[in-house]
Design a binder for this molecule. Structure first.
Ligand SMILES: Cc1ncc(COP(=O)(O)O)c(C=O)c1O
Length: 376
């Protein structure tokens, strides 16, 4: 039989759609005030210490980066009291997910995860032809650990858990994780994606996976969210030597870049910037939560830097999304996550959130009338 140029499982993939860039919206709509609260970035920007480190290294970019990333791994290992040999770095935590898929997954392998979770991972798993088993959630949007456990078989190669989850912001407790692990064989890899760890850690029963190591678990974290470095692409993973060694074999040697390594090192050294970020997040969370409940939306209990809520229909989600976009506020409609009747709003600065509230107040009367909602 003639081989196909593009494998079927690649043809079936949909290209990832990122949030609209600020410049593009400004150009298209001739707007000057734009608030992008769509991609769960740090609205305060990067740490000044990260900027200083990155600026200083620009004169050295004719050299390849340090493959062993000595400085950054040392800083991470001191912070989390681990050996540098148990750390892998990559172009964002998504880069490391890519290495995991490359190292461990083959066409037809089973991957168990929750429904409607982080699309980036789903695309990577599908791109190597894995068979995804997406387990429906509980009515409160939390992962249904018992149902997930039932889907884990000896054929399961990877279990992917975003803890906390994107796009819902829900999380699983240590007890739930331990319960699930009872069903996982030592030959199955569990990815514990903790991209929102720094925000979630503020909540009392959110578990820190550093406190309970299993040999077949890889914990992933990132500098893209609380550390404000989405644009330079740097993430890290912790795991057993056997897993980390395998990942280093398939990893591109010079990722993350020299600038990214320095930026991450600077960000990690800047505790005050992280504290400002968490403080802003706490305040903006409360403002947005209060606004949404006051307007009869039902926000999902999130421990992250975003809140997702139900609109009731895809048409209603698009009406909110487009109504806000026309006035310069970019949020996320969740069609690609197969949650078309929900939208997600990232927590921005006070000014960005006020922009969101002002435009919402403007568009809500017509929106409520059109979609049969109570008027305030
Ligand atoms: C749950 C989750 N994991 C991973 C990522 C990717 O982060 P990074 O920028 O480190 O690749 C995201 C980004 O939105 C995310 O929401």
């Amino acid at each position: 039989m003639q081989k196909k140029l593009v494998p079927d499982y690649i043809e079936r993939l949909e290209t990832y759609q990122a949030g609209k860039p600020i410049d593009e919206l400004a150009r298209e709509k001739n707007l000057t005030r734009i608030s992008k609260i769509a991609s769960n970035e740090n609205p305060l920007g990067p740490s000044p210490m990260a900027i200083r480190e990155m600026t200083n290294v620009l004169w050295d970019v004719h050299r390849y980066p340090d493959m062993s990333a000595y400085q950054l791994k040392k800083a991470l290992s001191e912070l989390y009291r681990l050996k540098p040999e148990n750390i892998v770095l990559g172009n964002g935590s998504e880069g490391i997910m890519g290495y995991i898929c490359r190292a461990f997954l083959q066409e037809g392998d089973e991957v168990v995860t929750a429904s409607n979770t982080f699309i980036g991972f789903l695309i990577l798993a599908k791109s190597v032809g894995a068979k995804l088993i997406e387990v429906p959630r509980k009515p409160d949007y939390k992962y249904d650990i018992e149902a997930m456990a039932k889907k884990i078989t000896p054929d399961t190669k990877i279990v992917y858990l975003a803890n906390p989850d994107n796009p819902t912001g829900t999380y699983i407790t240590k007890l739930e994780f331990d319960t699930l692990m009872k069903h996982v064989s030592p030959h199955t890899i569990v990815i514990l994606d903790e991209a929102y760890f720094e925000f979630a850690k503020e909540w009392p029963d959110y578990p820190d996976s550093m406190d309970y190591r299993y040999d077949n678990v890889v914990t992933l974290r990132t500098f893209s969210k609380a550390y404000g470095l989405s644009g330079v692409r740097v993430g890290y993973g912790f795991g057993h030597d056997v897993l980390i060694n395998a990942l280093h074999k398939v990893k591109l040697p010079f990722e993350p870049s020299l600038v990214a390594q320095k930026g991450a090192f600077g960000a990690l050294s800047d505790r005050p910037h992280l504290d400002r970020t968490l403080h802003n997040n706490r305040e903006r969370f409360q403002d947005l939560w209060d606004f949404l409940t006051r307007h009869d939306f039902k926000p999902i209990a999130s421990v992250c830097n975003f809140i997702t809520f139900k609109t009731g229909s895809e048409a209603a989600s698009l009406a909110l999304f487009n109504g806000l976009l026309d006035k310069g506020v970019i949020i996320r409609a969740l069609r690609a996550n197969l949650m078309p009747d929900h939208v997600r709003v990232s927590l921005g600065t006070r000014d960005e959130m006020n922009h969101f509230f002002e435009v919402m107040e403007e568009i809500l009367p017509a929106y409520n009338a059109k979609f049969g909602r109570p008027t305030k």
